[in-house]
Write a protein that binds this ligand. Structure first.
Ligand SMILES: *Cc1c(COP(=O)(O)O)cnc(C)c1O
Length: 398
């Protein structure tokens, strides 16, 4: 008889987005004349930029030509893209080597797949609230999770509790869902804690391109000592609208090593290379050419234009909350605005209230962890006209 990975029985039902869809569908059915505006999506809406599209068109033609056709590519990504990513890091003041960069089909899969390298015996530290993938992938492996409270008191930027030992630490900055961003001093505290505990930081920087405050770190490797204790996950999903195109990259420093129980020193970069070359066959050539174009000068300008558009929406949302004297987190170096639900409503009650009274859809904080129970996330990924209209309606309620 086939025996199961029974850790799957410990997964909580992931009903956040299906429940939202269900409630919105019910409301629209009962109120067909009402215009519902969605400020809940965690997905980009603007189309791919022309630099990326042109480059992918060219790549398609190459693939259709015997002289330029390509079959399997390197599992780690083509050098043209790894070089473009390396240069991107350099422009942001961080030096990484080519063979520290692994191109992938996205940060979601890599943040989940990285757990392959680590024993189930590790104590995993995960902030609450956060992107649910970290919790679910570790639950699938049966790893012990310790939650770290992110809340209004710590500005949703928790620092390590020196009395708690952790082996693996997830950090997402700029954060989904709170929009909060760690500064360099705070990240240094994390790096020092990791070095002291022989722990590894798994740093998700999917939203780094939204950082406009130049004093804020866009990479964990901007912090001294991080190359000895951190792995970074990034993606073109939010940087250049690749959520449906699929391309990410993970940086595993060559200095990162762990001593095995038999005393052998294992290099995490080599292990990840072995894992990827065994279980992954690379990102499509066409997509990698598109990603390369996104990192070019023109490509970056176009990407920054898209991000600028979303950030204008974020400002529209933030300005409304400011006017209403409602405190919020994020919204400046992030596409997300996170705030406490007014009038002591819990996040699902507020969801229904906002849908019924303003026909605006947001995301209940409860979907991201216990500390989100009374919080709400609005996103800037909608279009400008709708965002303005939604926030006008919102303003009338409070
Ligand atoms: C959107 C997002 C990602 C990106 O995932 P992809 O698989 O690259 O699309 C990664 N981490 C967080 C926290 C995100 O919100």
């Amino acid at each position: 008889m086939a025996k199961l990975n029974e850790n799957y029985q410990n997964l909580k039902e992931s009903y956040l987005f299906s429940e939202i869809a269900h409630r919105v569908a019910k409301y629209t059915q009962e109120n067909p004349d009402k215009k519902v505006i969605r400020l809940g999506i965690g997905d980009v809406t603007l189309p791919l930029e022309s630099e990326v599209v042109d480059s992918m068109h060219k790549a398609v033609d190459e693939m259709g030509n015997a002289s330029s056709f390509r079959g399997y590519g390197p599992e780690q990504g083509y050098d043209f893209l790894r070089n473009a990513i390396k240069d991107y890091y350099t422009r942001n003041g961080v030096s990484v080597e080519l063979d520290e960069i692994f191109v992938s089909d996205g940060a979601k899969s890599d943040t989940g797949n990285i757990t392959d390298l680590f024993s189930v015996d590790n104590v995993v530290l995960i902030p609450d609230p956060v992107y649910p993938v970290y919790v679910d992938t570790n639950t699938m492996n049966g790893r012990k999770i310790v939650y770290l409270d992110a809340n209004a008191e710590n500005g949703f930027l928790p620092l390590p509790d020196e009395s708690v030992h952790a082996d693996i630490i997830y950090i997402c900055s700029p954060n989904n869902p709170t929009g909060a961003v760690y500064n360099k001093e705070q990240l240094k505290i994390w790096v020092d804690y990791a070095l002291k505990n022989d722990a590894i930081i798994l740093f998700d920087s999917a939203y780094e391109a939204f950082i406009s405050d130049e004093s804020l770190p866009r990479s964990i490797f901007a912090i001294e000592g991080a190359k000895q204790c951190a792995i970074e996950f990034c993606s073109l999903s939010k940087t250049a609208g690749f959520t449906g195109t699929r391309c990410g990259y993970t940086v595993v420093p060559k200095d990162l090593k762990v001593t095995a129980s038999n005393g052998e020193v294992m290099y995490v970069n080599k292990m990840w290379n072995r894992r990827q070359t065994t279980k992954f066959n690379g990102v499509p050539y066409i997509v990698q050419r598109g990603a390369e174009a996104a990192f070019s000068k023109e490509g970056m300008e176009q990407a920054q234009k898209m991000i600028g558009y979303y950030k204008e929406n974020a400002k529209i949302i933030a300005d409304t909350l400011d006017k209403k004297n409602m405190k919020y987190f994020g919204g400046v170096n992030s596409p997300y605005i996170w705030f406490e639900c007014p009038n002591n409503m819990d996040s699902w009650t507020f969801f229904d209230y906002l849908l019924t009274n303003a026909q605006v859809v947001g995301t209940p904080g409860a979907g991201f962890g216990t500390n989100g129970t009374n919080y709400f996330r609005l996103t800037s990924f909608g279009n400008k006209e709708n965002t303005i209209e939604a926030m006008e309606r919102f303003a009338k309620l409070f």
